[in-house]
Design a protein around this ligand. Structure first.
Ligand code: PMV
Length: 360
């Protein structure tokens, strides 16, 4: 599908008012997206596990205006309270998607949103938040144009979510989602995420992700800024090629279940992401001393027990501990005994692979 395919024609119906609610999860990348071209096109393909418990729940209420206005007309509530400081981000999102959703200015909108994970936990809510809002907007489009197919609905939701926050396009469906053109993945696209189409062994469909909250503060460097620093970065081209190669290697792993190889790729991707940050101009570090303590302890535990547990990181100090479900008990025991001490206020979140967003 091309970009033009997401520009709607005439709408069949006129809708006066309504309300829709979606819940949409966060996701954690195994091969990382870091660096982008214009219009949120990724510099390299990525693949992620969709999560189950870390979700945003968003309700969109819409009421048709008497006369179409010049501006987007919306109010925003976060956890029941009016949140005007989130409005610029949403306005920017609406501006970016306007070409594909020209009906938005015909409505007065009320957006109510909340997260299932603790506020300011250092967990990025942009993937779950933007995907939930994109799905609500698509539900409104479906009311105006009831004939759109399920496939189009999901692809366009991912396409719109991408324009809000790149990684959000991987939060619509589960369990494994790939985004970005990649030569050995049929149907892969820079425009939206697709369900990973090749063979995946059962072990990966029930993977666990325990998120250790190392630093719950606001990130010092936003991911938008970080992505931009990949322009002109000395190692950018090599990094983008490496992501293609790692994705290909991971495809073989999904098929064979080679966990040592899985661990090698996933941990290398996490450290490379942070290596890119540390070698940007200007350079920056998002890991904290406790991030490194945890990584070292995971390595020690894996070495001494043979349990195939590994870590990954997103653009922050928190550590995602990844492991097959059959090792849940022993890994949780290890986390409680050895890793919780390095978490801020001892906090962590138990999550696992999920199937994607749901309409409520
Ligand atoms: O979606 P953004 O622009 O917040 O970028 C997120 C990038 C990483 O989380 C660091 C990696 C990824 O692929 O999710």
């Amino acid at each position: 599908m091309r970009e033009q395919d997401f520009i709607p024609g005439e709408f069949q119906k006129s809708v006066q008012f309504g309300k829709v609610t979606w819940q949409s999860p966060s996701n954690i990348a195994l091969v990382k997206y870091w660096g982008k071209k214009k219009k949120q096109i990724p510099a390299n393909p990525s693949v992620s596990f969709t999560l189950k418990n870390c979700k945003t729940i968003t309700t969109l209420e819409f009421k048709r205006k008497e006369i179409k206005g010049e501006d987007f007309d919306f109010e925003l509530f976060f956890e029941g309270k009016k949140k005007d400081d989130f409005k610029p981000k949403i306005t920017k999102f609406f501006e970016r998607i306007e070409k594909y959703t020209p009906f938005l200015k015909d409505y007065e909108l009320v957006i109510q949103t909340e997260n299932t994970f603790p506020h300011s936990s250092g967990i990025a809510s942009s993937a779950s938040g933007m995907s939930a809002l994109a799905l609500c907007v698509m539900s409104l489009e479906k009311e105006l144009n009831p004939e759109i197919t399920e496939d189009y609905f999901l692809k366009k939701a991912s396409f719109l979510a991408r324009l809000g926050s790149g990684s959000a396009c991987r939060s619509i469906e589960g369990e494994l989602i790939e985004w970005g053109e990649h030569k050995t993945t049929a149907g892969s696209s820079d425009l939206f995420g697709i369900k990973y189409p090749n063979k995946v062994l059962e072990v990966f469909k029930s993977y666990q992700d325990t998120i250790l909250l190392v630093d719950k503060g606001q990130k010092q460097v936003s991911s938008t800024l970080g992505h931009n620093l990949m322009h002109g970065h000395s190692f950018a081209e090599a990094r983008f090629e490496q992501a293609h190669a790692n994705l290909e290697k991971l495809q073989a792993v999904f098929e064979t279940g080679n966990l040592p190889e899985f661990i090698k790729i996933v941990e290398s991707e996490a450290l490379t992401l942070h290596a890119m940050m540390m070698s940007s101009e200007p350079y920056f570090i998002l890991m904290k001393p406790n991030t490194l303590e945890i990584i070292n302890r995971i390595w020690g535990f894996r070495e001494s027990t043979g349990v195939p547990v590994c870590f990954t990181l997103d653009a922050g100090a928190n550590v995602h501990v990844l492991y097959p479900k059959r090792h849940k008990e022993e890994v949780l025991e290890f986390i409680k005994n050895e890793l919780v001490a390095y978490c801020e206020k001892g906090q962590y979140i138990c999550d696992s692979i999920g199937k994607g967003a749901e309409k409520l």
